[in-house]
Design a protein. Structure first.
Length: 65
C-alpha cells in the first residue's frame, strides 16, 4: 500500500527504513524520499517513529543515517 503519495513510497518501505534505524522524519525522508513534501504525511511518519523505538543503523538504501 502506498504510504507517501507524493514520493510513491509504500508502507513496506517505510517499515524497512524504520527497522533499519531511522529515528526521525528527516532520516526517513533522506533514506526513501517519503515525508518531504506535505505536512499530513510528516505527522503520520512522526507517529510511526514514536511507536517504533528503533535502534540506529543504516537505512534500507544503504545510506548512513
Ligand atoms: S504524502 Fe508523503 S510527503 Fe506528501
Amino acid at each position: 500500500m502506498i504510504f507517501c503519495h507524493c514520493a510513491g513510497v509504500t508502507d513496506t518501505t517505510i517499515a524497512q527504513v524504520i527497522e533499519s534505524g531511522a529515528t526521525s522524519v528527516d532520516e526517513v525522508a533522506r533514506c526513501c524520499g517519503a515525508g518531504q513534501y506535505c505536512r499530513p504525511c510528516r505527522e503520520e511518519l512522526a507517529a510511526l517513529l514514536e511507536n517504533a523505538g528503533s535502534g540506529r543503523a543504516r537505512c534500507a538504501a544503504g545510506n548512513a543515517l
